[in-house]
Design a protein around this ligand. Sequence first.
Ligand SMILES: [Zn+2]
Length: 441
Amino acid sequence: MKKVVLALVLAAVGFPIPAFAAGSPEEVRAAGDLSFDYILNKLTDEYSKGLLMPAPAAAPGERESGRDDRLWVAISASNSRERTRLLEAGVDIVEIRKDRVYGVIHRDALSQLSGRGIGVLSQEPLSLHLGSLKDFPAADAAYHNFKETTELLNALASRNSDVASVFSIGKSVEGRDIWCFRVNSSARGSDPSAKPGAVYIGNHHAREHLSNEVPLLFAVWLMDNRAVPEVKKYIDTLDIYIIPMLNPDGAEFDIKTGSYKWQRKNRRVNSDRSIGVDLNRNYDSWFGGQGASHYPSADTYCGPSAFSEPESTAVKKLVEARKNLRTMISYHSYASTVLYPYGGSEAEIPDARDRKVFVDMAGRMGALTGYHPEKSSDMYVATGDTCDWAYDIGGIFAFTIELEGNSFYPGAGIIDRAVKNNIKAAAYMLSVTDDPYKTLQ
Ligand SMILES: [Zn+2]
């Protein structure tokens, strides 16, 4: 949810990207409707149709009662310190402009802002703001919901059972499995492997549906192109984990009525009966500090303790059990940025060599996606973040990629480009996962 002016990076890149073609006609037929091109075209086509439907009704339900007390606000803020303070006051920053931010705040928290000397420029019920959106699809048929994601991953694994498998890394608050698609030519399911490992995670935040599609379609692309020598080398030598939908409860809640709910958090029922913990504030990395809210209704609520939530705990268990992991991408939307640690502190990473690897890798992935590479805290400080934790616990080169778009529900026009460019960055990460330090050479 970090929105900045898109800085296009047009630097040439030397990394060889395998073609996106699905192969010979025979191979296309053999792959049937599981091919990357087929699924991507279908996604784009169906989403276009969704755009022709009428705008949805206002979003209901943040509380169990079904009443939505959230407001869409514009607030003065012109630097990262001021923005961090807003996050702590319970403002969910959605868009950043030079002198102000736009975002979401609970009505109860709004009244406390003036006491903190924070100037609110405008406010309206979130439901009114949603009603004014022109690019809001009424149905979500195009995107892969939980059931479709589950079925696609299982079908992919069964067709490529010599190198791929699916396993659950844990269950969500409401009991849904958090699926992991694993690519490893010699280990299955949750079995250990000594090969260097890469992890891709999507959909920490429910409404960021494109962040499910990118890792999901990356899994399809990997299997589609598994015979391409460069890809085959990765499949033979690496241990690859793709978890496209970390927050299945939230993602399902966001779409279940056919009109989006702007759900960000998981579906935990908090002690005050409000709903949800912000999973990207719940990791044990400066937990509960700057940029996190302790107010349960806030969209940036960090939860009662680090790893209080089963979804973040599932990532914790996966990562802690695998010392072979070297690289990670956590996908969000929609600031068009490649962010590297720290996000939870303005401090730099102490190890200068690691810092250089982060900067180099972020720069390369920025060039491949057209996104702006920067240190995560440059926009605002946010504690309890996945990537800070992954680097601290395992020395993993972990990046947050904020995908592109003009909203959480970005319309059809960007899907094809966003998925393809991000697959280039995801494939680039595989190319250095055996030894990220080789980027220094
Ligand atoms: Zn996010």
